[in-house]
Design a protein around this ligand. Structure first.
Ligand code: BG6
Length: 530
């Protein structure tokens, strides 16, 4: 436990009851921002309703705007009504919950603000007669993180490595170098065990379930390797456009926004070896091994393995939508990619030669995230060829959202006098199996920070390794501007080059609608491989 990365007690039991959680002061920098309104306050409100906040708890929402406590509460009550997974807030419960919130108008670049916080902390500690845990949530634009860290350090209010934690939102850096610098700054001030780098995908129920599914079942693990799996696909698509995030997204693009973090983490969970236990570092070490083993692109092969796209105007759910370059505050000649499709390989014993295709983008046909594991064909085909034409490969489809479940797609004999094969599904749906609503990712993550459990957070070495995987793509793309942007209509599945990328290996993208439906236009795999 003296490892510099040691980051918390044995994970479990999670969701401790009120009495077990330490008295806690949660300070949110960016307390009046979008993330706080859409995610953090609704998540905290739901934790309150479910009884998972500490008995002694305070939220200090720090922001610059001159706003009264009443107005702040009202705005965030409306935020809960709009964004909470439970729908509209219960007025009585909200009244109780809002007692926890204090709005602190302060400029985070000014020393005085930190003195102000210091005296608030000491008042609260006096009132509670205990030295409370302090969590500093940095829900601010990335260029303020260093500033905040330095101020916290100077004010001496976050230096207790047992009791003080900081939470850093993504993006963590803009490239490998800036991520390394930021790690250096933060680790110069805090110990690694105090730093909680958020990747909210890791808090999603279905993403956490990947570990349970793989390591709590004996059935699948023997098949989980290059001997049985032919290819893996990850689709994380959204039908929304850039929304009101032009300033951030223009600098980011799809690879930085979704692949460097969320999608590489999904690959880790699919590809990792079983950890010896569920301690944060046991899990994170195994994930890091996957990142180490991911084949790095060379300058020459970026174009064989990576496709970029930008959305043009088109139709989404019957509504006409603008091209990316026509959106508010977007450069009319923007070269930012809003779509990316990549092919990865994991160079290790388990995965050698198994391609992992990922695609993600804005303004695609649907908002959906799923992982498809395609198994190899049977080694010997005994069914007559007419029947075989209908054979689809065995698939396992792990739906992350909005559907939540796992489907196994396999062949069965169709009822009747003759032997006809028909693919069928075995389906596990969360909604059929569990009656309780899954918590939002931010509920899980906030609860974990309060518990001091860093398993679902990014360690510095993971962040740096993830950046180093995608840097060659970003560099090659930056020095070779795309010639044909925009190159896919809104409402499609991306540019034709993404189809070509996967077709090059003899595959096609699995696109599912509800109920799981093999794309009828896709060429039969049996045909391709015969
Ligand atoms: C964020 C990205 O990290 O994830 C957004 O910055 C994206 O661009 C979002 O829309 C998707 O998250 P979720 O939870 O809605 O799938």
């Amino acid at each position: 436990m003296t490892n510099e990365y040691y980051s918390g007690p044995f994970k479990k039991p999670k969701m401790k009851s009120i009495s077990e959680l330490q008295p806690t002061i949660l300070t949110i920098f960016g307390g009046d921002g979008d993330l706080t309104r859409r995610k953090l306050i609704p998540a905290l409100y739901n934790l309150y309703i479910d009884g998972f906040l500490p008995g002694k708890f305070k939220i200090l929402s720090v922001d610059q705007r001159d706003v009264s406590q009443d107005d702040y509460n009202k705005r965030h009550y409306e935020g809960v009504n709009q964004f909470s997974r439970r729908g509209k807030a219960d007025k009585e419960k909200w009244k109780e919950f809002e007692q926890y919130i204090t709005y602190v108008q302060a400029d985070i670049t000014n020393n005085k603000s930190y003195n102000q916080l210091k005296s608030i902390f000491s008042d609260i500690d006096k009132e509670w007669k205990v030295e409370a845990s302090r969590i500093f949530y940095m829900a601010v634009s990335p260029n303020f993180i260093e500033v905040l860290a330095n101020h916290l350090n100077k004010a001496g209010i976050a230096g207790n490595s047992e009791k003080h934690r900081i939470v850093v939102e993504k993006p963590f850096g803009h490239d490998l170098e800036s991520a390394k610098n930021l790690n250096k700054v933060l680790q110069g001030i805090f110990s690694e065990s105090q730093i909680y780098r958020i990747d909210h995908y890791l808090g999603k129920e279905t993403v956490q379930n990947l570990m349970a599914f793989r390591f709590a079942n004996a059935l699948f693990e023997p098949l989980w390797n290059r001997n049985f799996i032919q290819q893996i696909q990850i689709t994380v698509s959204e039908n929304v456009g850039v929304e009101n995030r032009a300033a951030y997204y223009e600098q980011a693009g799809a690879v930085r926004d979704m692949i460097q973090n969320h999608i590489l983490q999904l690959i880790c969970l699919i590809g990792m070896e079983p950890p010896v236990d569920l301690q944060a570092n046991s899990v994170r070490d195994k994930k890091l091994e996957v990142l180490h083993a991911i084949r790095h692109f060379s300058e020459d092969n970026v174009y064989v393995n990576a496709v970029r796209g930008q959305y043009d105007k088109g139709w989404i759910e019957g509504n006409k939508v603008k091209a990316y370059r026509e959106e508010d505050n977007i450069n009319k000649e923007s070269l930012t990619e809003t779509f990316a499709a990549l092919r990865f390989f994991i160079d290790n014993w388990r995965w050698q030669g198994v391609p992992i295709f990922v695609r993600t983008g804005k303004r695609l046909q649907e908002t959906t995230s799923y992982i498809t594991i395609q198994f190899k064909e049977v080694p010997h085909k005994i069914f007559p060829s007419g029947v075989r034409e209908l054979v689809h490969p065995n698939l396992m489809v792990i739906s992350i959202q909005p559907q939540m479940g796992i489907r196994i797609h396999f062949q069965a004999k169709k009822t009747g006098l003759d032997m006809q094969l028909k693919p069928v599904d075995m389906i596990f749906n969360y909604s059929d199996s569990y009656s309780n609503d899954p918590p939002d990712a931010y509920e899980t993550l906030l609860n974990d920070v309060m518990l001091g459990d860093a398993t679902l957070f990014m360690r510095s070495d993971q962040i740096e390794e993830s950046w180093s995987i995608i840097m060659p793509i970003l560099d090659v793309w930056a020095s070779n501007p795309p010639q044909k942007f925009p190159n896919y209509p809104s409402g499609s599945w991306g540019p034709p080059e993404a189809e070509a990328l996967i077709a090059h290996d003899g595959f096609y993208w699995h696109t599912f609608t509800e109920p799981l439906d093999i794309n009828p236009n896709a060429p039969s795999l049996a045909k391709k491989q015969s």
